[in-house]
Design a protein around this ligand. Structure first.
Ligand SMILES: C[S@@+](CC[C@H](N)C(=O)[O-])C[C@H]1O[C@@H](n2cnc3c(N)ncnc32)[C@H](O)[C@@H]1O
Length: 204
């Protein structure tokens, strides 16, 4: 599955969806074509917003916002999509949000920090899977307001549902294993290697 299809697969029909960091507008277009009534397409970059405007030309229920995260958005969305950034950037954007929409997130690194942020800030992760797109690994999550059970280290690093078979997760783990085995055997690298091996037990 490619990255955009992965994030879109988590979208369900709803009233208002905010696509934060909309860039090309592909996610916003999928939402409007699949039962979302209204989209707020937001990006920090004027150039990115221009691309979204071009793609969504003719769609009636779109509002455009030049905005750092949710800063320039007054309306409360039912769902917020933030994808194509690192986990720390996503957590930083969410830390400035004053309400709790459903979240659809796509993080390309620092996923552990993002999961920690979510569970420490009143979110429970209901979907969480790894996708390999053109040799790069990404994690996609859907989270709702709620109390999360405690997560193990393997869940924080490699996904809440790492015990579910997923060929992309297996490929990611084999890639990580080869890298970690080639690195200096520091305490941190050996610890991560143990976690990777724990995940691989379930993926073999
Ligand atoms: C790699 S693109 C991802 C586009 C799309 N969301 C996707 O998943 O394919 C990242 C986009 O996020 C925007 N962005 C980065 N930081 C942002 C922030 N703090 N607030 C809003 N947009 C941001 C960038 O300008 C860029 O257009």
């Amino acid at each position: 599955m490619d990255r955009i299809s992965a994030v879109c697969s988590l979208i369900r029909p709803c009233g208002c969806l905010a696509d934060i960091g909309c860039d090309h507008g592909l996610v916003a277009r999928y939402a409007l074509d699949n039962g979302v009534k209204e989209v707020i397409a937001a990006d920090i970059s004027e150039g990115s917003l221009k691309k979204a405007k071009k793609l969504l030309d003719g769609y009636p229920n779109v509002t455009y916002r030049l905005s750092d995260g949710f800063d320039g958005i007054e309306k409360k969305a039912d769902v917020a999509v933030i994808s194509g950034m690192g986990g720390r950037t996503i957590a930083d954007i969410l830390s400035r949000l004053t309400y709790k929409p459903q979240l659809i997130l796509g993080a390309q690194h620092n996923q552990k920090e993002l999961r920690e942020f979510l569970i420490q800030n009143g979110y429970a992760i209901e979907e969480d899977f790894c996708v390999c797109d053109r040799g790069k690994f990404y994690d996609f999550m859907r989270a709702n307001e709620g109390q999360s059970p405690p997560l193990s280290a393997a869940q924080l690093y490699y996904g809440v549902f790492y015990k579910r078979k997923n060929p992309d997760l297996k490929a990611y783990m084999l890639d990580q294993k080869a890298k970690l085995e080639s690195y200096k055997p520091t305490q941190s690298n050996l610890y991560k290697l143990e976690l990777v091996k724990e995940v691989l037990i379930w993926q073999e």
